[in-house]
Design a protein around this ligand. Structure first.
Ligand code: PAF
Length: 281
């Protein structure tokens, strides 16, 4: 596996493959790789001639400086894991490499980023679009892989690709969960064992509520999930929205859309966790 740190060297390495018409897959990550990333990488390696995994903690998507400072980072272990998975290139740039000057681009995602994560993390998706577009320009991938855990991010990336007319196929990969149901996340590393057990209640409540479709109202479902999770000491729901899976706007009735998803953000102590469940698809 090549470990490449600059856009120039990456382009030089990938150019012959592009010229030969080989497919290039990209998995953008912020490192601290776990089984969720492994699922993305395996899918990428299996479907493409060349696979690139970027490991870069992107400062522009952190609206909270403390969250950025505390974000776990272990690029040596990450590279070892990527090598064992058959990845062709680990792209590990510095902040100066990706942002030689401040990125002043402002994206307009309409209502897509005004809700849920966008509401509670202002500027977050603009930062995601900045780095993901730069990675797409650098790698020029045929396909790029994103986890469905970050449901809103996936919708934003698809919209960005549409707006910028970037010729890349965006592939969403299902959430990988611990045995307890807790969605895998690099942030889980910051949970104590006890917190980890409590955090499993997030998905347990979501799953329980899947039975409510068409039986209880949307508001009753929201109240049920929110109250059940908030009852657990050290868990606090920041939002739980039931939305149209395409527009991400709240629905008020189960018949309003054929694609309905519940998206949640919960603080477990000071660690912020997100998850989602597809109610109708
Ligand atoms: O999902 C993530 O880890 C990040 O938001 C991404 C897509 C790698 C951009 O920094």
């Amino acid at each position: 596996m090549e470990i490449i740190e600059t856009v120039y060297a990456l382009d030089r390495f990938l150019r012959p493959f592009r010229d030969e018409g080989k497919s290039i897959g990209l998995v953008p990550t912020m490192g601290s790789l776990h089984e969720g990333h492994v699922a993305l990488v395996k899918q990428c390696v299996g479907a493409n001639d060349v696979s690139v995994v970027s490991v870069f903690v992107n400062p522009t998507q952190f609206n909270d400086k403390e969250d950025f400072r505390l974000y776990p980072c272990n690029s040596e272990a990450d590279c070892k894991l990527l090598e064992s998975l058959g990845v062709t290139v680990a792209f590990v740039p510095s902040v100066e490499e990706m942002y030689p000057e401040p990125d002043t681009r402002v994206f307009d995602f309409g209502m897509l980023d005004k809700v849920m994560e966008g509401r509670f993390r202002p500027g977050h998706f603009n930062g995601v679009a900045q780095i993901v577009s730069k990675l797409f320009y650098a790698v020029k991938p045929s396909r790029a892989y994103f986890g469905e855990k970050d449901f809103q991010q996936l919708a934003i990336v698809r919209d960005m690709v549409r707006q910028l007319a970037i010729p890349v196929e965006i592939v969403g990969v299902p959430i990988v969960r611990e045995e307890s149901g807790l969605a895998l996340s690099s942030r889980n590393l910051r949970l104590s064992d006890e917190q980890r057990q409590k955090a499993a209640e997030i998905y347990r409540s979501l799953r329980f509520s899947a039975d409510f479709v068409g039986k209880k109202s949307i508001q009753e479902t929201i109240d049920f999930v929110t109250n059940r999770i908030n009852q657990i000491e050290s868990l606090r729901v920041e939002y739980f929205d039931i939305v149209d899976g395409n527009t991400l706007q709240s629905v008020s009735d189960w018949n309003e859309s054929a694609y309905i998803v519940g998206c949640i953000a919960v603080f477990c102590g000071d660690v912020r966790l997100i998850d989602n469940i597809s109610y109708k698809n």
